[in-house]
Design a binder for this molecule. Structure first.
Ligand code: PEP
Ligand code: MN
Length: 368
């Protein structure tokens, strides 16, 4: 991202948003009554902006593809009746034109659009000369650069009010999530583009109702600026994403249960204790790195030894044994097995690298 990037914080968008920004509404706009009832109830339960899909990027062609253009008016009317701002997904220049004509307040790019630079550029071109705020969901695949690229294209169209929406990433693996959050990606986005507002869409991360509140809490604990939650007056009858939608009342309960934490605290005692704990972390990290360096020294010695005995570097049995025993040891000490496995994969590949360095080192100089 260009160092002159100028993203406005939500508080300067000219909307009277309070923190955290709560966007809620149905996955799809279905009927004028459904969207209006949902909107009115959501307003009572703390929402500030009404979302609703009009054009739906559905995986299969035989499912409901969205009500289409006429739904924009229903969305706008529901927003007006409930005194909520409105936002809609756009996936083409024509969608942008229609949404602007219907005076929708905010647009968003879906995960299946962010993934496609051609499409993002076409939408960016259609946005040039407008100043409508745009929310940009992460691409379906876990690639930060692609997310940044889409943000950059919209920014270069002159849009200053941009927010990123974290909705999780596709995976072939079977997980408890519909789209695992891979929190490290939005955290890295935050580090790279500090001033860019960041929202979380727990509905598409979870894919089912049960875990939504805990994902919302994690997002707030990571100082996200807001949430986008799918909500429907009658979730079991929803025309799309019925397993993950909450009733407006459930949204209210969820919001009431969230704990808002401060980014910094002025309490001197608290801060000095925090400093002390951070020093402990610094010391432990220094120890971890020095132990790693020692481990790699031993790996180099092993490499030398294997070389002298003409043995291959990769010994699959030994590696499996390490992975099994270390995972067990880690889990006994309350680390997750996924973390231990990932960490050892990295350690093992670093160790192999050091052994290959020793193996490949020419002996010519030593022969003299
Ligand atoms: C949606 O918000 O309903 C949607 C289609 O989301 P995503 O682009 O995150 O899949
Ligand atoms: Mn949806």
């Amino acid at each position: 991202m260009n160092s002159n990037s100028t993203f406005l914080p939500l508080s300067e968008w000219g909307f009277n948003f309070s923190h955290p920004l709560i966007i809620a509404g149905p996955c799809s706009v279905e009927t004028p009554e459904q969207v209006k009832q949902t909107a009115i109830q959501l307003k009572q339960h703390g929402a500030q902006m009404l979302r609703g899909g009009i054009w739906k990027p559905r995986t299969r062609p035989d499912t409901f593809q969205g009500i289409g253009r006429e739904g924009l008016q229903w969305l706008k009317e529901a927003g007006t009746a409930a005194e909520l701002y409105t936002c809609v997904e756009v996936a083409s220049p024509k969608h942008v034109e229609d949404a602007l004509a219907s005076k929708i307040d905010v647009l968003w790019l879906g995960a299946r659009t962010t993934v496609n630079p051609f499409l993002v550029q076409e939408i960016a071109d259609a946005l040039t000369g407008t100043n409508i705020p745009v929310l940009i969901k992460n691409p379906i695949n876990p690639e930060l650069e692609l997310w940044l690229g889409a943000i950059e294209r919209i920014e270069r169209a002159g849009i200053k009010r941009i927010a990123a929406v974290h909705r999780g990433f596709s995976t072939f693996e079977k997980t408890i999530y519909r789209n695992p959050p891979n929190w490290e990606i939005p955290i890295e986005l935050r580090r790279r583009v500090r001033e860019l507002p960041l929202l979380c869409d727990p509905s598409h991360i979870c894919g089912r109702r049960e875990m939504i509140s805990s994902v919302c809490q994690t997002a707030l604990d990571l100082s996200y600026d807001g949430l986008m939650i799918e909500s429907h007056v009658n979730p079991s009858q929803a025309w799309s994403d019925k397993e993950q939608q909450l009733t407006p009342e459930e949204v209210g309960k969820l919001l009431a249960g969230l704990v808002l934490r401060n980014i910094t605290v002025d309490d001197v005692v608290f801060n000095s204790l925090l400093e002390k704990l951070r020093h402990q972390i610094d010391r432990i990290d220094a120890e971890i790195l020095s132990m790693m360096a020692q481990r790699m020294n031993v790996a180099r010695e092993i490499g030398q030894y294997k070389k002298e005995h003409n043995m291959t570097i990769l010994q699959v049995k030994r590696w499996e044994e390490i992975l099994r025993t270390r995972t067990k040891l880690g889990v006994e000490q309350e680390l997750t097995s996924e973390f231990v496995a990932k960490m050892y994969e990295l350690i093992h590949s670093e160790s192999i690298y050091h052994q290959t360095q020793v193996m490949n080192k020419s002996d010519v100089g030593n022969e003299v």
